[in-house]
Design a binder for this molecule. Structure first.
Ligand code: NAD
Ligand code: ZN
Length: 252
């Protein structure tokens, strides 16, 4: 990654009036959480149709929960990395309005980001598929230790981690707010997303249609690279702290 590109990106952020970040699994790989689609991604080990869809949850809940037991164990060990802290710092500097994230790990909030829109739900909670009650995720532990399917103590229905599975709707209000932010922003910073999952994959286009600048941070190519003002190729945990330095220099 050339110095000029990072400087140019820093300039775009420093001079923006309403910047928004959109993050994906790639922002958390340096926290030890594998992403889905890249070389070391979870989909090399698991078939998403067997563990990531609503029908998989109902057809084979044991297989579904074996996958989630693995994800929850990884999450227990995970801490925010420099990429998460850099985004929190941009918000503190008044240069980032909101983080829209597809991640369910809560690491942006742990790093200090205050305005976070979790468009794919979260892994802090479990939700009853019958009565809709929300529980802390720890309610699953005793069931998973006994390799049983977790059930609701009020109505007896199965509990599901409060994440959005394929075949499920996104939380409507949260997604509407994300979309509105993308319509309004003058700069969108996309970090660590393959931009292959809709409707989130449309968000950069919403921002572009409304005249926003686009900065992409990713180790690999994405389908929107050709529309970006700056593409920063490399690891988010390395690039974002440098980007913050560039922004700070210009605000000083
Ligand atoms: P993804 O795995 O598709 O993409 C991750 C991207 O990050 C890749 O483009 C990769 O090149 C990049 N990357 C990896 N490490 C990086 C690093 N250190 N620095 C910079 N870039 C890095 O993940 P996504 O785009 O977030 O996928 C979309 C969403 O689909 C997921 O976030 C998830 O919410 C959803 N999904 C959910 C389930 C489920 O089980 N419920 C399953 C699959 C996908
Ligand atoms: Zn219930």
């Amino acid at each position: 990654m050339a110095v000029e590109e990072i400087q140019r990106a820093g300039e775009l952020i420093a001079s923006s009036q309403f910047a928004v970040a959109l993050t994906g699994a790639g922002v958390s790989t340096e926290s030890g959480l594998p992403d889905f689609r890249s070389q070391d991604g979870l989909w090399r080990q698991y078939d998403p149709s067997e563990v990531a869809t609503l029908s998989a949850f109902y057809t084979d809940p044991h297989r579904f929960y074996a996958f989630y037991r693995h994800r929850l164990a990884l999450l227990r060990e995970a801490r925010p990395n420099p990429a998460h802290y850099a985004l929190a710092r941009l918000e503190d500097l008044g240069k980032l309005h909101v983080v829209i994230t597809q991640n369910v790990d809560g690491l942006h909030q742990q790093a200090g980001s205050r305005r976070v829109l979790e468009v794919h739900g979260n892994l802090r909670e479990a939700k009853c598929t019958g009565c809709g009650r929300i529980f802390p995720i720890s309610v699953l532990d005793p069931f998973l230790e006994r390799a049983e399917i977790p059930t609701c103590d009020s109505c007896g229905s199965a509990l599901k981690p409060n994440v959005v599975l394929f075949e499920e709707m996104l939380p409507e209000e949260v997604f509407e707010e994300a979309e509105a932010s993308c319509r309004r922003c003058d700069l969108l910073l996309v970090v660590g997303s393959s931009l292959q999952v809709t409707p989130v994959a449309y968000l950069p286009h919403v921002a572009l249609r409304h005249g926003a600048r686009l900065i992409l941070v990713n180790t690999e190519e994405t389908p929107v690279d050709r529309f970006a003002d700056v593409v920063l190729r490399g690891r988010a945990g390395v690039i974002l702290p440098r980007l913050v330095e560039e922004v700070e220099k210009r605000l000083a």
